[in-house]
Design a binder for this molecule. Structure first.
Ligand SMILES: [Zn+2]
Ligand SMILES: [Zn+2]
Length: 424
């Protein structure tokens, strides 16, 4: 695969941006390439544990997404094999004894419209997202292109490698919804070395952040208040006001005390309530998230939040139900692998500076995978491949310097050879 191929591949993924859990076109495309290369595939519910999926849309949205993938000329047989579950796990066995080395990439795009103005390269050059409401505004399109390029290099170098290689193409990273499901399916249980990466972040082209360990634990919650509607003039006393309960909850949630053991966060990001001016509001919904430096701190905020919801509902005589919409845990990059990434990065043409500590500054659900690998005695590392960018992540104007893609591939290949190289 040539340099141009990584870039044209990235543009193809960019054009076919899909929301989390709805990445049918992307899953089918990745799967067809990997199968052609000789990887053994785990698709659909073989790739993810259904019970551990979070924040998945309803059946209508999934059916629509499948239909759209077919309209975009996805392989119909593969769409059938995928069923309702996106995600691909691909295995390459070198046939020689050795470690299991895994690389993780993310399939989904961001729910934000792409900029359609001159000066935004995807628009200027005709690879802007086909779906008006979704854009690859985080760089996952680049991750996918690097993942497929790595796959092809592994196959062409198979004779000089040992052990097994696993490529994990995870659904629904945005909103930290899919990482747990792929972990719970057991795909990380036998992994000795796990690498994950993100493009750009706060690093410019030519810089690599060799290992991140500042993952915040987070829990995403959707809460639904249900009251009783009534005429606001004639019979307000007969109503049960869900809007007021939700408003009370918002104040209560933002008043949860911090924890002495470390940083915590809470944010109510969305509140929708009511039907009309003269009706006592019957329904309200509230989407919020908690975060904590450790799982224990996040759990503390989350449990307090559930009490607040309950109390707020009682003040108005309404009911409240909450649903887990996503979550990630804390994790750390293993120092041995951080050192290895740093060493291999500096040997790549075009990478001239390495920062030992990459920074995520938020949450990433590869943390479920990293934690599982570490619990089983393996080592994991999550690093940042710096890239000049035109706007912040998740902004409709986001685009990045594609010249870093071949360098990222070179780094991934070097890592594969370092840990899965032939020891014979
Ligand atoms: Zn993102
Ligand atoms: Zn991202």
């Amino acid at each position: 695969m040539s340099v141009d191929d990584v870039i044209s591949m990235r543009r193809l993924f960019h054009r076919h941006a899909e929301r989390g859990w709805e990445e049918f076109w992307t899953t089918a495309f990745v799967a067809s390439r990997l199968e052609a290369l000789g990887f053994r595939l785990f698709l659909g519910s073989e790739a993810v544990e259904e019970r551990s999926a979070m924040g998945r849309p309803g059946g209508d949205r999934l059916a629509e997404a499948r239909k759209r993938a077919l309209a975009w000329e996805a392989d119909a047989a593969l769409i059938n094999r995928i069923g309702d579950w996106t995600g691909v796990v691909a295995l390459l066995d070198t046939g020689r004894p050795g470690p299991v080395t895994a690389f993780r990439f993310d399939l989904d795009a961001v729910e934000t419209p792409e900029c359609r103005e001159r000066g935004h390269r995807p628009f200027d050059e005709g690879f802007d997202a086909l779906d008006e409401k979704v854009a690859h505004a985080c760089g996952h399109d680049g991750h996918l292109a690097m993942g497929l390029a790595l796959a092809s290099r592994l196959v062409s170098r198979k004779e000089s490698l040992s052990g097994r290689f696993k490529l994990l193409f995870q659904p629904a990273e945005e909103g930290v919804r899919g990482g747990r499901a792929m972990t719970e399916k057991g795909h990380l249980d036998d992994v000795d070395f796990l690498f994950g990466l993100h493009l750009a972040g706060e690093f410019a082209s030519g810089v690599v952040g060799a290992g991140c360990s500042d993952f915040l634990c987070t829990t995403k919650v959707d809460a639904f208040f249900r009251g009783v509607a009534a005429h606001a003039g004639m019979a307000p006393n007969e109503g049960r006001n869900a809007l007021l309960a939700a408003a009370t909850a918002v104040l209560g949630l933002h008043s949860i005390a911090p924890h002495h053991e470390g940083a915590s966060r809470i944010n109510v990001g969305l509140l929708r309530a009511g039907t009309g001016r003269n009706v006592v509001p019957e329904r309200a919904e509230l989407f919020f998230e908690t975060r904590g430096r450790t799982s224990a701190i996040d759990r503390y905020v989350y449990e307090r939040a559930l009490e607040v919801l309950d109390g707020a509902a009682r003040t108005q005589g309404v009911t409240v139900e909450s649903r887990l919409a996503g979550g990630a845990v804390d994790a750390r990059s293993h120092p041995d692998l951080v050192a290895l990434v740093a060493e291999k990065a500096l040997a790549v043409d075009g990478i001239d500076h390495v920062e030992r500590e990459g920074r995520i500054g938020g949450s990433e659900d590869i943390s479920w995978m990293m934690r599982r690998v570490e619990e089983r005695g393996g080592k994991a590392c999550y690093f940042i491949v710096g890239a000049d960018r035109t706007a912040g992540h998740h902004h409709g104007r986001f685009d990045f310097d594609e010249a870093v893609l071949p360098r990222g591939v070179a780094l991934l290949v070097a890592l594969a050879e370092a840990v899965g190289g032939d020891r014979g």
